[in-house]
Every structure is written in C-alpha cells, then in structure tokens.
Design a protein around this ligand. Structure first.
Ligand SMILES: Nc1nc2c(ncn2[C@@H]2O[C@H](COP(=O)(O)OP(=O)(O)OP(=O)(O)O)[C@@H](O)[C@H]2O)c(=O)[nH]1
Ligand SMILES: [Mg+2]
Length: 248
C-alpha cells in the first residue's frame, strides 16, 4: 500500500523540522510505503526551506488557499499519482508520527472504512488539554454531526485523518475551503462513505501560531454549523452500513 502524508504548513518553520525528522525515523509498517508532501501556500517564513532541507517534497502553491485548499491540493496529488491512501497531519507537530500506525491499521481490514479520524478524546484518560471554549465548540459540532448525519465522531475538528481510495476520489473533486474538518465529515457521510475513528495521542503545537483565535472561532462555529446542516439536505435518505471500528 502506497501512502502519502499530506502536511499542510503555513508559517511552521519552528515545528516542521522536528516533525519531518520524526517521520524519517519512523519504521514503515509491513506492506506500507510512505512519502511526505508539505503543502505551503504563501508562508512568509522559512517553511519551504526547512521542508526541503529535511528531504520532504514541497507543494508550493502560488497563493494562499487556506487550510482546505492546501489539504485538497495534497489529496489531488495523491489521487493523480495513484496513491492508495493519504494521511493528513498538521505541520505544527500536534500529530505525533508514531501514532500514524493506529490510523493505518483499519485500512488493511476487509471492510476498510473510507475515512479514519484520529481522536484525542477516547484514550480512557484525556491526553490533550484544550480550552473550555474549544471543548464546548467540539461538543456542539459532535452533536450536530450526530443529529444530522448519525455520525458518532468524538473529535470532529481533528486534522489527523486517513483518507482511503473512495475518500480520495470524493475530496479530489470537492473539499471545504476553510475550517474543513467537520464539514468534510458531513460531506463524506452525504456521499455514502464510511467514517470511523481511532484513539490517538496528540500534543500541543510545537511552535508558531494557531490559525484559530478570537473572532475567527465564532465565525468558525456559525459557518461550520450551517455547512453541516446543509450537507444533511444533500444526503440521500437511505440507511447506510456502519463502518467497523478501525481499532477493533
Ligand atoms: N498550507 C497551509 N496550511 C495551513 C493554512 N492554515 C493553517 N494551515 C496549517 O494547517 C495545520 C492546522 O492549522 P492550525 O492553525 O494548527 O489549527 P489547529 O491545529 O486546529 O489549531 P491549534 O490547536 O491552535 O494548533 C497547521 O499545520 C497549519 O500550519 C493555510 O492557509 N495554508
Ligand atoms: Mg494545530
């Protein structure tokens, strides 16, 4: 199985080197080979140089497309070059490469899910501290996804995710522009894809600055809520089989 690691990075010069070093040191699981691509669309720091210096392939877009455009560019690359799957992971180091294997494991099962979300909230004890506002936002999105699409995902904003072949085909064509994670889950559901989750460890961003703060988070909640509800109306009204838990 050929896997492409898609790493969106916007001004992540402080974290990217460490992340890519960890990826290089990672033993590939049996039957899996992986390549990494850093998608940089207009960083004003040394993100691109750091990526190249650490041996990563760099997809440099001519203008800033936001996180959704960056991720979709990586997905389109995976699709065009015939990769079997892609894993999205943040360039800020929040997603430990050692956890990757937990996402991959389900793909090799006969009833492989189309999309596997790494969740930070299902490790028994919570392995990740986030602010009360973010937790509230996550709770709300979780509820909306459940009510509208019947999706049971405990970490709807997680950007640590695996896209199988059908998800690559879908998101090659269309992917949300900004704050894409919850909306893309609703889109996957609407398109009849199976979505599952596995518990993973996450950590704090290793440097740089978050793209979500202050007023953007209010816009985020409104926009994503509307988008998820609208995706529901596009959903064909027929029952869908549940995906097996990839951790099982
Ligand atoms: N290429 C590209 N990457 C982006 C853009 N916006 C954000 N990213 C990257 O997408 C990843 C996720 O963005 P973050 O700002 O860390 O969002 P987050 O992880 O939800 O927020 P924190 O928990 O505060 O880190 C990071 O690696 C960013 O560098 C963008 O416009 N273009
Ligand atoms: Mg982050």
């Amino acid at each position: 199985m050929r896997l492409l690691l898609v790493i969106p990075a916007f001004n992540e010069q402080d974290s990217l080197g460490g992340l890519l070093t960890e990826i290089k040191a990672l033993p590939a699981p049996d039957g899996v080979t992986f390549d990494a691509v850093v998608v940089d669309d207009g960083s004003s720091d040394r993100t691109q140089e750091v990526a190249r210096a650490n041996g990563a392939r760099v997809l440099r877009l001519c203008r800033n497309l936001g996180i959704g455009g960056a991720v979709q560019a990586g997905i389109q690359l995976a699709h065009r070059e015939g990769f079997d799957a892609a894993v999205q992971m943040d360039g800020d180091g929040q997603h430990p490469p050692a956890e990757l294997v937990k996402l991959i494991v389900g793909l090799q099962l006969p009833d492989a899910p189309d999309l596997v979300v790494g969740t930070r909230y299902r490790e028994g004890k919570d392995n990740f501290r986030s602010t009360a506002m973010r937790r509230l936002g996550s709770w709300w999105l979780k509820a909306i996804l459940r009510i509208t699409g019947g999706l049971k995902i405990s970490d709807p904003t997680s950007g640590f995710r695996l896209y199988g072949p059908r998800a690559l085909r879908l998101f090659n064509r269309t992917y949300p522009y900004d704050f894409p994670e919850p909306e893309s889950l609703a889109m996957a559901r609407a398109a009849g894809l199976t979505v599952t989750e596995v518990p993973v460890m996450m950590r704090e961003r290793q440097g740089g600055q978050s793209s979500i703060s202050g007023y953007t988070s209010i816009y985020y909640m409104l926009k994503v809520t509307l988008a998820v509800v609208l995706a529901y109306f596009r959903t064909p009204k027929r029952p869908r089989p549940e995906a097996p838990d990839a951790a099982a």
